[in-house]
Design a protein around this ligand. Structure first.
Ligand code: SF4
Length: 251
């Protein structure tokens, strides 16, 4: 049984939600010409957005963070997108010297030692590269949905991030069934790890399969309290580590 057969379901209002998502994407492109990027985590939601951007030839760049800790299946999806849609994907990686220094100091399993070290790892592998992705941009697009977690329950279709950039969340009101219904309808390529009960896919050391009945994001940073479960990309935090220079942002 794959993810499509498990989750895809046509529900009332689906066509209207797709139309609204397209309208939000068109608005992002129109209001920020040449200055807007979809920060894709390469998860199912982001594949829906990339498909809409490609299908409607919207002038929105596609960027992703290659943290150096992704599953091989996730990395492979970058090439799949480029081939399937004839699109260029901008790939942002952490600064190698920073990674080498951090690993030498704290080890490869630092993320399990404390929340501080886990956030520092996310800071250098995600937040700093994201800050480069967004440096020349005035807007970005994410695949965040209200249903994903309590922390995301109030996500708006558009908001302003800590740096004053416009942040568009065109799938804010989509359900998980919507996402997979769209993927089935349009034969959207997706990460095969979704077929292995991983609804939310991050880095390999920080992602596990979930069991029936578990929360959507239960497989992310499962050793931490619910309240800590964000990588800093999408949260406004009172204090940021040095590496967390400027961001709130994907995944
Ligand atoms: S998700 Fe895990 S491996 Fe990836 S950057 Fe964050 S702590 Fe590091």
């Amino acid at each position: 049984m794959n993810a499509v057969s498990l989750y895809a379901k046509a529900t009332a209002g689906f066509d209207a939600r797709v139309a609204n998502t397209l309208a939000v994407l068109q608005r992002a492109a129109a209001e920020h010409p040449g200055k807007v990027v979809q920060a894709t985590s390469l998860g199912a939601e982001d594949m829906v957005l990339t498909d809409l951007i490609a299908r409607h030839h919207l002038p929105i760049a596609i960027g992703t963070l290659e943290t150096g800790k992704l599953h091989a299946q996730t990395v492979a999806l970058i090439g799949t997108i480029e081939q399937h849609y004839s699109l260029n994907v901008e790939v942002y990686r952490p600064v190698s010297e920073t990674v080498v220094h951090f690993v030498r100091e704290h080890g490869e399993r630092a993320m399990y030692q404390s929340i501080e070290l886990r956030k520092a790892c996310c800071g250098m592998r995600k937040l700093e590269p994201l800050s480069r992705m967004l440096a020349e941009r005035s807007a970005w697009v994410t695949g965040m949905r209200r249903e994903q977690s309590n922390n995301r329950g109030t996500v708006e279709f558009s908001e302003t991030d800590d740096k004053g950039r416009a942040k568009f969340n065109p799938l804010a009101d989509w359900t998980w069934a919507d996402v997979w219904h769209y993927i089935e309808l349009h034969q959207v390529p997706y990460n095969p790890l979704h077929d292995e009960f991983m609804p939310s896919i991050g880095c390999e050391p920080c992602t596990r399969a979930i069991a029936v009945g578990e929360d959507f994001r239960a497989g992310r940073w499962w050793w931490e309290d619910e309240g800590a479960k964000e990588c800093g990309l999408h949260v406004h935090e009172p204090e940021q580590t040095t590496a967390q220079v400027s961001m709130i942002g994907p995944a």
